[in-house]
Write a protein of this length. Sequence first.
Length: 404
Amino acid sequence: MAEFSLQLSEDQLQLQKWVHDFAEEVIRPAGAEWDRREETPWPILEEAAKIGLYGWEFLAEIMMNDKSGLSSPVAMEELFWGDAGIGMAIMGSGLAAAGIAAAGTPEQVLEWVPQCYGTADDIKLGAFAASEPDAGSDVAAYRTRAVYEEATDTWVLNGTKTWITNGGIADIHVVVAVVDPKLGAAGQASFVVPPGTAGLSQGQKFSKHGIRASHTAEVVLNDVRVPGSCLLGSKERLDERLAKVRDGQKSTSQGAMQTFENTRPIVAAQALGIARAAYEYSLQYAKDRVAFGKPIIKNQSIAFMLADMATEIEATRLLTWRAAWLGKRKGFKHAEGSMAKMKAGRTAVWVTERSMQILGGAGYVTDHPVERWHRDAKIYDIFEGTEQIQQLVISRAISGLRIE
Ligand SMILES: Cc1cc2nc3c(=O)[nH]c(=O)nc-3n(C[C@H](O)[C@H](O)[C@H](O)COP(=O)(O)OP(=O)(O)OC[C@H]3O[C@@H](n4cnc5c(N)ncnc54)[C@H](O)[C@@H]3O)c2cc1C
């Protein structure tokens, strides 16, 4: 394996600057408004699409065309430094694209991933629907059913998905469903539900604590009929896999889990972006704000808080970049992706809370962005695997035991 290096290439430095400039000029100034409105920020998506920041080509550039693995965390940190709600509105379709890439054939990837984005003139959205009202962390407990009708080569989907980013408003929904209830998580498969398919509707739209510019809703599937070609992978591969599992062999592939594994360092970098934004803001505030006749940063209690914040951010970035680098080389040994994601969630929550403390009253009101960043940060302890699920994954990896 090549040696891990922190050296970014010329292309990566340019990418970092390009995303940062968009985040600073377009995203950051719009953050408070779309947090208040709790709506998908379509004008920002349009601007992002115009410059190529919202689109499958961007995703391909940072994920596939990058050998080091560092381009995606670099880009995510800058994007979410701008604003995490808008960042998630831009990246939400990527969850569907990742689901298709993880489980689909190359032909399916080419057919469906571009449809998750559309074009700059006609923007589309994608959604990845795995979680259910009675099954979030417990992915083996999904109940949404997919039944195959041989005569018409059709899959019929029924069930309810919840907490789905872009759920119900997406053009392409990638849905994880049970094909053999006796096999638990190994008896699941992923399906593309094409635009306008009858029977798929939006249930409740959730009002959220943070990342409020990102749409989150239930997705109800009522006799949703999709052609056999919408099963990601192929029927032959699925039948083969299920036969192996029934024979007692270990399952080698399961769509939802692969998606989460590959996206954890990217999610970590998003949380890192929020932490850095809050740290930079409170550092400047501490230099400007005068109390007892001197800038508050001259008090060790404030300066040391900032020193700790800077250190946590640097440590989190190292873990995140290394995890992204290892993930690119299929080199995970001790669940380093989960380590990065868990650490980044904790760092973002802690750093944003300390930032509020440094701002005092100004940290608690909406005139300053820090209270919003604190609300945004908390999701990183919850989605894409909660803090406790990361602990479970890590403890199993380091011990080789089935920790419960
Ligand atoms: C804003 C938002 C966007 C989301 N977007 C998507 C999306 O696009 N697609 C999608 O499919 N899902 C999405 N989710 C769902 C998200 O992934 C789940 O909320 C998450 O996996 C947790 O599941 P849960 O909410 O059912 O919590 P539960 O699984 O019920 O967990 C509740 C608590 O119990 C703990 N817990 C559970 N099991 C264990 C255990 N074995 N050991 C120790 N502790 C345990 C958890 O850590 C947590 O603290 C989103 C959620 C939110 C809030």
